[in-house]
Design a protein around this ligand. Sequence first.
Ligand code: SF4
Length: 433
Amino acid sequence: MKIAFYTLGCKTNQFETQALETLFEQRGHTIVPFDEFANVYIVNTCTVTALSDKKSRNAARRCKKINPQATLIVCGCYSQMEPEQAREMCGADIVVGTGCKGQIVELAEQAQAEASFPGGSAVQEAREFEVLPAGGLRGRTRALLKVQDGCQNFCTYCIIPYARGRCRSIPLTEAVRQAAFLEKEGYQEIVVTGIEVSSYGIDLPDHPSPAALLAAICRAAPHTRIRVGSLEPRTITPEFLEEVGPYPNLCPHFHLSLQSGCPDTLRRMNRKYTPERYAQSVEMLQAAYLGCAVTTDLIVGFPGESREDFEESLAFVEACGLAQVHVFPYSRRKGTPAYSMPNQIPQKEKEERSREAIGRFHTLHQNFLRSKVGQVLPVLFEQEKDGLSSGFSPEYCEVRVNEKELHNQLLSVRITGLSEDGWLTGSILPENP
Ligand code: SF4
């Protein structure tokens, strides 16, 4: 059979798609691009914002236009929350939620018998991590290694705990096995990903910590860059830094979710830290990894966020010296506590705050990039863009050089300049092999 995938949302979804592609290939099926004729289309959906829901539906609707006879499988967070909509509005033949994705191959193969698997509540009962195989090379430089699923933090704006259920972690030995496998497969970078990696291990017998996990992965794939997807500020402690410090293959790039720099807003969000605690985590990282990139997400226009709260949030971010900030206007999700909070901010105001924040943080990102000019950075090249080869440094700075056919090569590059669009330029050092 020909199978085509469309993936929306986070790195966990990307990992799961990659794993499913491998499972299909192991059964002798062929993966084709999404806009080509296929027997089975699989749309791995996202529900983090109302826009994600819409994009998920649009992607699903496109499939039957290419092949009306195709089997359409809709899986992931949107279909977990809205299984009926996925069936009715998207025309899905099979709806799978966020659990049991490993059964999709079988379901696809049984599609003529109109097999169907219920989306909806099953994931709330899930207590064990579903181990999916790590993917093989398909022109990709970076591999994703999913180590954790679910979240029980219940931030008041977030639908994920309802969509993905409780925290489930991959056993340490399995994470180690997959990391070693990915290095053997030729990947040069592994991104350790999950819905809430900071809760890694709380459900496992010996409660291994996220630091123990990262250290074990770094040891298992010593010649591969290890990048962490996203962490909560509480994870960064002296003990954490001591445990991961000895591993030079851990990338000095840490994404610490902030969401707001205003203490009152953080409380209403049910985020369990203060701006002071966040700043301490950033300082610890910046002291332990000189020149490291600490990046974050920020929500603007959360219910009750006054103009002063917004200003306070922006000023806090600027004072932290972060490398990059991803700004999101608050998206109201039915079924979350924040949906019914008073003082919702009008859409227009949310968009204006978002534009203002993006403008201010552009300078912050440019300053971080400028600090790299004149340095030599190891760059892992991934693709060609506008006639230039493009890749990433360990700090996740995009670097472009005027050379061709460098895909999957790790080369030392002297950084010579930066563009207004957020990337660095450089030239490859002659002593590279
Ligand atoms: S930590 Fe909060 S924002 Fe992140 S997935 Fe869990 S509930 Fe959502």
